[in-house]
Design a protein around this ligand. Structure first.
Ligand SMILES: [Zn+2]
Length: 130
């Protein structure tokens, strides 16, 4: 998930930390309208929305930094070895990725490796920062 996705996610459904105060209704407000509707799903002041965006982007940046650090520290390179007549893929950290016949597309090993290095490590980084 890149920063644009994080920002778009907040704009779709901000997690505003406090209710809008009455006197703030006189100031400039931002509203998110429901899909195909003119009914607002949320209303926020600019500082409220800016704070939520900053929090979400900061958390996403920290998670990305943790993933980079974990990848560099533990080592998550894709390793392909020939065993017998098959090619066996493992991650450098030891996670098995599969076994293919020579001549088969390497995607059968690369796709699980990409899933491992993005989703699995992202989940562990998010758990580590939570
Ligand atoms: Zn790994």
């Amino acid at each position: 998930m890149d920063r644009t996705d994080v920002i778009a996610g907040v704009l779709r459904r901000p997690t505003l930390r406090r209710r809008l105060l009455g006197h703030e209704l006189r100031g400039r407000l931002i509203q998110g309208l429901g899909r195909g509707s003119t009914v607002p799903e949320w209303t926020a002041t600019i500082p409220q929305l800016a704070e939520d965006l900053d929090t979400a982007v900061t958390a996403a940046d920290a998670a990305a930094a943790a993933i980079t650090a974990a990848s560099a520290g533990a080592g998550h390179a894709l390793v392909v070895e020939q065993r017998g007549i098959d090619l066996v893929g493992t991650c450098q950290c030891g996670r098995p990725l599969g076994r293919i016949r020579p001549g088969s597309p390497l995607d059968a090993l690369a796709v699980p490796w990409i899933t491992h290095t993005t989703d699995a490590l992202a989940a562990s980084a998010i758990r580590a920062t939570a």
